[in-house]
Design a protein around this ligand. Structure first.
Ligand code: ZN
Length: 490
């Protein structure tokens, strides 16, 4: 779905409640209709050695039509009971759907509590962005008594019943019970630890709306380190195998928040965190909301700042449709390129010129992509980042960051699309010619010319080292996001 706002209506439109929309075109079997989830309360009893879970998920939903029979996404696992407002409901399974027959009709606009009791050994599902490649799986994973869950784009239903589509954002609470000495980590803030003798329940709260794919759970024997970004804690939950130098690297997010806030506006959550994973099969870091996940040795500043940038761009302001993922990855690429060159504008321009040469050499198509296999391609990352650079060259640094600030503020906690961004850029800059410029970068196949500064300065020489770093990180072990090998570097 593409929304077109009249400029004057834009600010008003973002204040209206956003209902859950239809399923995503790229992943049509995920997501459900008829209701909008307001909150998930996910209680999981986890045995990390056996890799089993026993769960009670309570979803508070608002009916968008009279609700009788409805479905949830749930992959594998065994359901033992479903209740609607405390009354037992009949249910059945059909592939990766849980079909619920409410014992009474829930009237349109009314709220209902749906409780699902379930359990078993969670099994990751095939990543549909790399179909047929068994190395690419999503959801609940397990390595040496240390389960962890990473779900972009559609893995959430491997560990909780979900309305697994990107527009249905909700508050989350996790209550994860594990044996001593294990610790459970999830999104947001640890608000309680309940002592149950040899067991402990870790209660994590993410009150700001979150998409299903950003929900994460980790169980391991973590060591906690903390730094401060102003009054906000920046935490690192590190496994025993995480090198002290890497812990220091993740803690640099505190300084990065202090640098980013004047540019793009307030950090959107109460705290930030990083959690590390030892599993050698994990090849990417992920911007799991307010608690980013990093594989072994991925503490390079470019990766740390990339995942941090997503907290504003990708998490707080999230994509409504997966084709628009440049709204997350293009922004993270821009900020990742800016961070090391923040005090050297010429070096930043050179790094962008290097990215442009790469885009030209690879004939990268437009940033808005056409199919699920392309969402993690360098069309999304590199051409997406160059799109923002072209905008910055057109309107200048001051207006450019006003656009980014407005975007992060007006659409905070919302799912957005590319047209929303174009409208915002035109509105804030007051420059109608921004529209065809962005259209060419985002939708048209030919790569536009390298964007010279408005002053007419000539393009600077490519900074080959910076490009090799950015592209290499993504395509190597520590790449900053999941780009399947098939599309990596294309
Ligand atoms: Zn990313």
């Amino acid at each position: 779905m593409t929304r077109h706002h009249a400029s004057a209506a834009l600010v008003g439109a973002v204040l209206a409640a956003t209902p859950a929309l239809a399923n995503d075109e790229f992943f049509p079997t995920f997501g459900n209709t008829g209701y909008d989830v307001q909150s998930y309360d996910i209680a999981l009893d986890v045995d990390p050695a056996k890799n089993t879970i026993a769960g009670v998920a309570t979803l508070t939903v608002v009916a968008e039509r009279q609700l009788g029979v409805f479905t949830l996404d749930l992959a594998g696992l065994t359901v033992s009971s479903v209740k609607v407002d405390g009354v037992a409901a009949k249910f059945s399974r059909d592939a990766d759907k849980l079909k619920v027959a409410s014992p009474f009709p829930v009237r349109k606009g009314n709220t209902a509590r749906v409780e699902v009791r379930y359990g078993g050994t969670p099994t990751p599902i095939q990543d549909p962005t790399a179909p047929g490649d068994p190395d690419y799986v999503l959801g609940w994973m397990h390595y040496k008594s240390a389960p962890y869950a990473l779900s972009e784009p559609v893995g959430a239903s491997t560990f909780y019943p979900a309305n697994d589509e990107p527009t249905d954002r909700a508050a989350f609470r996790f209550r994860i019970t594990v044996d001593e000495p294990f610790t459970a980590v999830a999104n947001g803030d640890l608000v309680d630890v309940i002592d149950r003798g040899a067991r402990r329940t870790f209660v994590w709260s993410m009150p700001q709306p979150m998409t299903t794919w950003l929900a994460t759970v980790h169980v391991n024997k973590f060591k906690l380190s903390t730094a401060m970004a102003g009054r906000r804690p920046v935490r690192v939950y590190a496994t025993a195998a995480t090198k002290p130098a890497d812990v220091k690297g993740y803690l640099k997010a505190a300084a990065m928040i202090t640098w980013l806030e004047p540019l793009v506006g307030p950090y959107p959550y109460a705290s930030y965190g990083s959690v590390t994973v030892d599993d050698p099969a994990l090849y990417y870091a992920l911007e799991t909301q307010a608690m980013s996940t990093f594989p072994t040795g991925a503490a390079d500043e470019s990766i740390v700042v990339h995942e941090l940038a997503h907290q504003w761009f990708g998490d707080s302001v999230s994509v409504q449709e997966w084709r628009d993922l440049w709204l997350a990855e293009g922004f993270a690429t821009y900020i990742e390129t800016l961070w090391p060159n923040r005090n050297d504008p010429a070096a930043f321009d050179a790094a962008m010129a290097g990215l442009y040469d790469y885009a030209k050499q690879k004939a990268l198509g437009p940033a808005v992509v056409d199919g699920p296999e392309e969402i993690f391609s360098n069309r999304t990352y590199v051409r997406g980042g160059l799109t923002l650079y072209a905008l910055r060259q057109k309107v200048g640094d001051k207006v450019f960051f006003q656009i980014l600030k407005s975007w992060a503020s007006w659409f905070r906690g919302q799912a957005v699309d590319t047209q929303d961004f174009i409208d915002t850029a035109v509105l804030v800059s007051g420059d109608q010619s921004v529209r065809p410029l962005l259209d060419a970068w985002l939708y048209q196949k030919p790569l536009p010319d390298f964007p010279a500064a408005a002053s007419g300065a000539a393009p600077v020489a490519a900074n080959a080292a910076a490009v090799a770093n950015l592209v290499g990180l993504r395509c190597g072990l520590g790449r900053a996001h999941g780009s399947p090998a098939a599309s990596c570097g294309n």
